[in-house]
Design a protein around this ligand. Structure first.
Ligand code: ATP
Ligand code: MN
Length: 467
């Protein structure tokens, strides 16, 4: 037989070229049958669905058939046939079977129904499960949708640095980057580390955000976004925090807070719609397996306007809830940073809708947010989601140099770290806005998974950097 090129299973399952010779390559999920006929379910990762291979057992070497076990990899030539059985449209009647690699009984994914905890311990193999195949195909599609959304709207993808020598945003939550020999650190007479010997000649860190550099770009190119990994050494062992995460940060010249809110809402809805339209098999699987309300929840978010609420109004609602007997772990008062329980009360119990909360007290927000005339609040906006809590944090930026300088000084941001940032306000300053969306939290929402460790291939969290 002349060499036939491999066809992806996703395409074979859509084909109705019955009688055609085809080639499929993939990993065996299950094998069953008897001494006459064997049924092999093969998956190649292109879709959650397997293709069924039917083999006449009398025509193949017994030893070869024995090697077709769960987890083994195969190359099969055969004829595409309309399926008799239920649950599939086509199957392949095998003429040749080649084993690429065997998998013996130590292969950890023999049976279905492993716990998420166990699968995290074998994160190097878990992409071969239905669940993680689905999650990672959705993750790819979301990344693609994000680039598509911004490109269609005239935004430029701008690459901000991963290593940074300023820690004005980090507040002690940064990973240090050094080539100094930690076992043999040179110190000056007063005990200070001599960083002149270090790679950059000064202390350097992994970035916690690309925003400040993003603003430099927006005040030149107009509309930009970043999309890359960021690092946070905060010791939060929660279901929603990673120490290495992916972040999307658009920055827009001439956008005020209302434009910023509208963009954030349009953006999230676009991504969710993309997932429903392009990942329906995977989402349906996750919905059936883990989260029966997933598809309804995704449709609901697309169909309804997000609630827009000022922080002060939000506090009032929470205070009323407390007065009516609702118990929170953390106290509610004007000036406090909202805890996840407060955010989720507003979203899940009070409004039953995503909420964009704005105009926070300036004390709990960053130095660069635009100050309101009341002298107390800044034009911050957090987008709060059901199940997730905060999915986006953003603001209109302070464009007035004097106000910005004053706030930076009050918050102890050293000028040597941000003199370049200040230049955007010194030369041709403009009103502008931006926000950061945690990519992994978006995937958490779209997949309905419960733990952020299960939506990124190799999660990094405190005391965990395996693989
Ligand atoms: P949180 O209060 O939930 O810790 P944050 O206020 O520190 O988040 P921002 O600095 O506003 O977060 O970052 C913007 C977005 O990045 C957040 O809305 C969230 O979606 C995401 N994000 C921030 N920190 C993490 C993290 N450690 N792991 C995963 N996503 C994160
Ligand atoms: Mn935030």
């Amino acid at each position: 037989m002349e060499k036939i090129k491999r066809t992806a299973i996703v395409d074979l399952l859509k084909s109705s070229d019955y009688g055609k010779n085809v080639c499929v390559k993939g990993w065996v999920r299950t094998k069953r049958g008897n001494k006459n006929v064997i049924f092999i379910a093969v998956n190649d990762g292109s879709t959650i669905k397997n293709i069924q291979i039917v083999a006449d057992a009398t025509k193949f070497d017994e030893n070869l058939l024995k090697q077709i076990t769960t987890g083994s990899s195969v190359c099969i030539f055969g004829v595409l046939v309309e399926s008799q059985g239920s649950g599939q449209t086509v199957e392949i009647h095998a003429s040749t079977i080649e084993i690429y690699g065997t998998a013996d009984e130590t292969y950890p994914l023999q049976k279905k129904g492993h716990s998420m905890e166990f699968l995290r311990e074998i994160a190097h193999l878990r992409p071969r499960t239905n669940t993680f195949g689905a999650v990672f195909r959705i993750r790819h599609n979301m990344a693609f949708a994000i680039h598509k959304f911004f490109h269609e709207r005239g935004f430029f993808y701008f690459h901000t640095p991963i290593i940074t020598a300023s820690d004005c945003e980090g507040a002690g939550q940064m990973f240090q980057v050094t080539t100094l020999d930690l076992k043999n650190i040179k110190k000056s007479a007063n005990g200070e580390v001599d960083f002149s010997e270090d790679f950059y000649g000064k202390p350097a860190n992994l970035t916690v955000s690309g925003q400040l550099e993003g603003e430099l770009a927006a005040t030149a190119l107009g509309l930009i976004y970043t999309f890359g990994p960021i690092f946070r050494a905060e010791n939060s062992n929660t279901l929603r925090h990673l120490s290495e995460l992916w972040m999307i940060e658009p920055e827009m010249a001439f956008y005020e807070i209302d434009d910023n809110m509208q963009l954030a809402e349009d953006f999230i809805k676009y991504c969710i719609r993309w997932a429903l339209d392009n990942c329906s098999d995977d989402i349906k699987f996750l919905c059936d397996m883990f989260d029966k309300e997933l598809i309804d929840r995704l449709n609901f978010v697309i169909a309804n306007d997000f609630v827009r609420l000022k922080y002060s109004e939000g506090i009032k609602i929470l205070e009323d809830a407390v007065a009516n007997g609702h118990k929170f772990e953390f106290p509610v008062y004007w000036g406090t940073d909202l805890a996840a329980e407060h955010e989720r009360f507003l979203v899940e119990q009070y409004f039953k809708n995503p909420v964009i909360l704005t105009d926070y007290p300036k004390e709990i927000k960053s130095f660069y947010m635009k100050q309101n005339d009341d002298g107390k609040t800044v034009r911050a906006m957090d987008v709060l989601f059901p199940k997730i809590g905060e999915i986006i944090g953003g603001s209109q930026r302070e464009e007035n140099l004097e106000k910005l300088k004053k706030r930076a000084a009050e918050m102890n941001v050293p000028d040597k770290d941000i003199w370049w940032y200040m230049d955007t306000r010194r030369y041709g300053t403009v009103p502008h806005s931006g926000f950061g969306l945690g990519f992994d939290r978006l995937i958490l929402f779209v997949t309905g998974m419960a733990n952020i460790r299960d939506v990124i291939p190799f999660p990094r969290t405190p005391k965990n950097a395996e693989f």
